[in-house]
Design a protein around this ligand. Structure first.
Ligand SMILES: Nc1ncnc2c1ncn2[C@@H]1O[C@H](COP(=O)(O)OP(=O)(O)OP(=O)(O)O)[C@@H](O)[C@H]1O
Length: 255
């Protein structure tokens, strides 16, 4: 299990505080929040990409990003899809997968990668330089690259950005299948349709603080069989009340 506690992380007027989150094996944890709520900051903290006050534990081992041993232990178990596309674009996907395999000591079988390439409809593009791929195909290359590492945990920041409907549906099914095989998943997304029925636990952030951190069962007992969009607006009711007020004044004729 990944356990993250951020006591505090400050950027000018933005403050992330008292964030306690867990990613359990065989569960999908959904992280929702408005632009600038702090989702990427949480994920980057989890990967030691930024400094923060708090602690991170993996399988009850407290980690220090100053220790190469801890970094290797962490890297071998958790795959990370950042919110931006970062690939070596002079390589083809095939070359890139090969490089990732040697660099990370990936042990999954070749057939596993070939299966993923087919699932994500990339066969036609595996020998095309990445710089010539469409945005969506670059994103798919990055997703396949993280999935074929075969890690125990996946942390995906905005995985559906740029994906077509086939691929959004496919990714949802792939993540559901991996979860059933015991993989622990954290997904940050703005896509409520993608997130619905996908989570075992949900965290809703607003302005750097957790507004809701509940299991699917807790949501059901507190809110009933509620749509994700309705849950999100209920949890953020003050904001939506404010928006309703603004909408009442929105009049194109100015009257
Ligand atoms: N390196 C930085 N320096 C200063 N401020 C930063 C830095 N990185 C993030 N921030 C600020 O921290 C806040 C949270 O940003 P973050 O990227 O975590 O939000 P987010 O929830 O991922 O948003 P989005 O949905 O738009 O991607 C924002 O106000 C952002 O401007």
């Amino acid at each position: 299990m990944i356990s993250l506690y951020i006591k505090q992380k400050k950027y000018n007027s933005f403050e992330l505080k008292d964030i306690a989150m867990k990613v359990k094996p065989g569960e999908i944890n959904l992280l929702l929040g408005h632009n600038g709520a702090g989702k990427t900051t949480i994920i980057k903290s989890m990967f030691g990409l930024i400094e923060f006050e708090g602690e991170i534990m993996l399988n009850n081992r407290k980690l220090s990003f100053d220790s190469q041993d801890d970094v290797d232990y962490f890297k071998n178990q958790i795959a990370y899809l950042p919110d931006n596309i970062s690939l070596l674009d002079y390589l083809t996907p095939t070359e890139y997968f090969q490089l990732m395999k040697s660099a990370n000591g990936i042990v999954t079988e070749r057939a596993y990668l070939e299966n993923l390439i087919e699932i994500f409809n990339l066969e036609k593009y595996v020998h095309v330089p990445i710089r010539n791929l469409s945005h969506g195909n670059k994103k798919k290359t990055q997703i396949v690259c993280q999935l074929f590492r075969g890690t125990n945990f996946l942390v995906f920041d905005e995985p559906t950005n740029g994906l077509d409907p086939d691929m959004i549906i496919t990714l949802k099914r792939v993540l559901g299948k991996l979860k059933d095989q015991g993989v622990g998943v954290l997904i940050s997304t703005h896509d409520l349709n993608f997130g619905k029925n996908l989570f075992d636990n949900i965290v809703i952030l607003r302005d750097g603080s957790i507004k809701l951190n509940s299991t699917k069962e807790e949501v059901k007992s507190k809110f009933g069989n509620i749509l994700l969009e309705d849950l999100y607006t209920k949890v953020n009711k003050d904001y939506y009340k404010y928006i309703e007020g603004l909408l009442d004044e929105l009049n194109i004729s100015g009257g």
